[in-house]
Design a protein. Sequence first.
Length: 222
Amino acid sequence: MTATDQRLSTDAIWRLPVTVCRITQFLGEAAAGALLERAIASTDALKPSTIRDREVVPDIRRSRSYQDFAAPELLAAIDEVVEAVEHTLGVSCRHTEPSYSLNVHNDGDFYGPHQDSSAEFSPRRLLTFVYYLHRTPRPFTGGELRVFDAALPLHTETTGKWEEHTWRDWPPEHDSIVFFLPSAWHEVRPVNCPGKQHADSRFAINGWLCSPDPTARAAEAG
Ligand SMILES: O=C(O)CCC(=O)C(=O)O
Ligand SMILES: [Fe+2]
């Protein structure tokens, strides 16, 4: 045992915050307002949100999604900042392809703690982005994005219990975007939207920059 080991008491805390890049007023008032109107208008296209291999599991995730929602202006704006984000998060997104959807949380909706990629599910996701939209003033409470710190107090098991984790909450503020690594543990805190009006929901355009899928390419070609 070295002198340093002896100084590490069992209740020492190694707290490693996960880096999140957050940009507010990302598209500007006019573009964000127009995108919000399109998001609100998509109500008929919404289906229950899924996890992993497209399963609906309401104990883990309760919200509605529109997989084919198009937001080219958002992708163009992401393109303009991605180099700075790559630099900060230590990831390279060259030759990646975006994949994204519109996710709508209304009263009682949430998404429990999860990672967006793992060796088993969606391993090609290299960077997560979440862009938020809502009416002003914000018509709901809750719905924070909770990002858990990467490491636990030293005395806990490697996996740890959820109550031993530390975290930081990010507000889902209209026209703000966050970027983080898809391996980060995160959740959407329950939304309280007492009026339950669709237009008062927490709207998010959530997606990933993904490394290309060579098998999908081959299938498309032929
Ligand atoms: O809406 C958010 O803040 C995050 C959503 C999320 O984690 C996901 O869809 O994977
Ligand atoms: Fe996620």
